[in-house]
Design a protein. Structure first.
Length: 252
């Protein structure tokens, strides 16, 4: 059974892999055997060092995912370097915080463009490559607790992550017949740069911790096992499901 989790020789594209959850998942995939393509707006020096220290190859593709025209280049550079694609992790995302009554169109559009629009069109491009290769593939979308709940002061983030949940199901419905597994991970409250403001707010931090049965914020390492599972043959009969990795938040 453990061999089902072996990803030796697989190639994984991970967006937003320079820090936080994306870095944690990229490292976990490399530990399982993957070569990694890191797609980021900045150079992911630390992630590259950690991946190559494991004996895996790492390709940096610098791209701003707000611009959909970068997507063909991501595919082309990956194929030039590795000749194939086996796994896509759609992790890149941003958040903007403001009261809904004051929220701006710019903050709406920027979040939706990265969190939802780029996720769909990059998935579409990778799915076409999977179909051309004829061997199926794995797409893992990073959702959120706000895929299930409304939250406060994050209108566009909530809308985008609710959309990720729906698109995961939609893509699974259409692409399962091609041997493509599309599933998601919904992280709970994770200690990353995206949540730095919440961690620093003494009142909100206490409220959040008070609801998490595990009694702590999650870490990027906490997503590693779920990511490797969804990227591996152990999840071959899973389609359209989003796994909550939340310390028990949704059970409370």
């Amino acid at each position: 059974m453990l061999n089902a989790f072996n990803l030796e020789g697989k190639v994984a594209i991970v967006t937003g892999s320079s820090t936080g959850l994306g870095q944690g998942m990229a490292i976990a995939l490399a530990e399982a055997g993957c070569d990694i393509v890191g797609v980021n707006s900045s150079i992911p020096t630390e992630t590259e060092q950690k991946v190559t220290a494991l004996g895996r190859r790492f390709l940096t593709v610098q791209a701003d995912l707000k611009d959909q025209f970068v997507i063909p280049g991501i595919i082309e550079k990956t194929l030039e370097a590795f000749g194939r694609i086996d796994i896509l992790v759609n992790n890149a995302g941003i958040i903007r915080r403001n009261d809904a009554i004051e929220f701006t169109e710019l903050d709406w559009d920027e979040v939706m463009d990265i969190n939802l629009k780029s996720l769909f069109f990059l998935s579409q491009a990778v799915a076409k490559q999977f179909i051309a290769q004829g061997e199926g593939g794995k797409i893992i979308n990073v959702a959120s607790m706000l895929s299930y709940q409304g939250g406060i002061r994050v209108p566009s983030y909530t809308a985008s992550k609710s959309g990720v949940l729906g698109l995961t199901r939609l893509m699974a419905n259409e692409w399962a017949a091609h041997g493509i597994n599309v599933n998601g991970i919904a992280p709970g409250y994770m200690a990353t740069n995206n949540t730095a403001a919440l961690q620093a707010d003494e009142k909100r931090n206490a409220e959040i911790l008070g609801r998490i049965p595990a009694g702590r914020w999650g870490t990027p390492e906490d997503l590693g096992g779920s990511c490797v599972f969804l990227a591996s043959s152990a999840s071959n009969y899973m389609h359209g499901h989003t796994m909550a990795v939340d310390g028990g938040w949704l059970a409370r």
